[in-house]
Design a protein around this ligand. Structure first.
Ligand code: UDP
Length: 365
């Protein structure tokens, strides 16, 4: 039996880092922004963008999946971190009480986790979103919540915001995450209807970039690490399934822009790239850009996922709504993203350095 090991609904307090009231003078006239999950991959990039735009940023993160290191550079620029779970209503209330705007990104992600710890993943996502929406409504502070393209399941592409939610079979495990995220969306719009809470729902598609971990699924960081170690690239199924990969820098720019766009409030908005690629083509691209000798190993789904754990065949967002609201959609070319990840992975020193020019072998299997 798989035992959930994630902290689900309970708060993870660090008493030395509880939220303290901040004298108004400390903020001056700058906007006070709270980012839940700000120590995570997308969250830390969003914090960078907000600090760059001049906001005062408070992160609330229980560090169950986020990392303090992601925020070190920003701490020197005034960003503050409270280590606590926003699933705790008291933590959520204090966070909202001192905010002019809230970005709610805290949540457990990663397909591996959905497969291994479905209960903990569902509970933590639902509880934290529920608590943050109640707190935001009580304080009447505008909030953007991040949801997931998982809510579209295996529907016809491109996925449009008004499409029905397709969580899939209850016995299929994956759908529980989609349902938890969709329930968060329903609650968000429910609060908007009930109390006039200004809320935006951003549905994130596959987002990639520096600092993303490959430990819990996340195909691109896994392929980059495998390629740099000259290990086989593990392509699940036949690799014909497709995804659209957006650079995290583009994604957080869109989120920051949406938060300042009045017309976005009360709506669901897809955020991602619309350039579709197969997983096999991605593996070949990574191998080529990394100058790797890796082979490609096709791994049957049954070897990595529980029975009935469906992998959507195609996932493509419709981005008309995003474009009309904020004037752009993520567009960094995939080869450029791969080059950046290869370079940053080499910088981290966890993989061998490239051989000098002329000595590397390209005997691709
Ligand atoms: N995938 C793969 N090899 C891996 C990890 C993932 O082929 O080592 C596939 C996975 O089955 C899916 C795609 O890559 O079709 C994207 O997976 P990821 O977990 O990054 O995101 P998802 O779109 O599934 O949420």
């Amino acid at each position: 039996m798989v035992r959930p090991s994630l902290p689900a609904c309970s708060a993870v307090h660090d008493p030395s880092l509880v939220v303290r009231p901040v004298p108004p003078a400390e903020f001056g006239r700058r906007r006070r922004v709270v980012v839940t999950g700000g120590a995570g991959f997308v969250g830390s990039h969003l914090c960078e963008e907000l600090v760059r735009r001049g906001d005062d940023v408070l992160v609330v993160d229980d560090l169950s999946t986020g990392r303090r290191e992601n925020l070190v550079a920003l701490a020197a620029r005034g960003l503050r971190l409270t280590v606590a779970s926003v699933a705790d209503p008291a933590v959520a209330a204090r966070a909202c009480a001192e905010a002019d705007f809230v970005f709610h990104l805290a949540g457990v992600v990663g397909v591996r986790r959905l497969a291994d710890e479905p209960l903990a993943v569902m509970q933590s996502n639902l509880a934290s979103t529920q608590a943050m929406l109640v707190a935001a409504a009580a304080a009447h502070v505008p909030i953007l919540i991040t949801s997931s393209s998982e809510v579209y399941g295996d529907g016809p592409v491109p996925f449009r915001e008004h499409d029905p939610v397709r969580a899939g079979a209850v016995e299929g495990r994956r759908g529980g995450y989609a349902c938890a995220k969709a329930m968060g969306e329903f609650l968000a719009l429910g609060h908007a209807a009930a109390s006039g809470l200004p809320v935006v729902v951003a549905r994130l598609f596959n987002t990639v970039g520096p600092r993303q971990s490959g430990d819990h699924g996340m195909v691109l960081p896994r392929f980059v690490q495998q390629a740099l170690r000259d290990e086989p690239l593990t392509v699940y199924g036949d690799g014909g399934q497709t995804r659209c990969f957006a650079h995290v820098g583009d994604v957080v720019r869109a989120l920051a822009d949406l938060a300042r766009t009045e017309a976005a409030f009360g709506h669901v908005v897809n955020v991602g790239s619309e350039r579709e690629t197969t997983v096999l083509a991605l593996a070949e691209l990574v191998r080529e850009r990394a100058g790797s000798r890796s082979s490609i190993r096709f791994v049957p789904y049954g070897d990595v996922f529980p029975a009935g754990f469906a992998d959507p065949a195609r996932r493509v967002p419709a981005l008309e709504r995003l474009r009309s609201l904020v004037g752009f959609a993520p567009s960094t070319p995939l080869p450029q993203i791969v080059d950046e990840l290869v370079a940053s992975e080499r910088c981290r020193g966890t993989v061998p350095s490239p051989q000098p020019a002329g000595t590397s072998s390209h005997s691709f299997a």
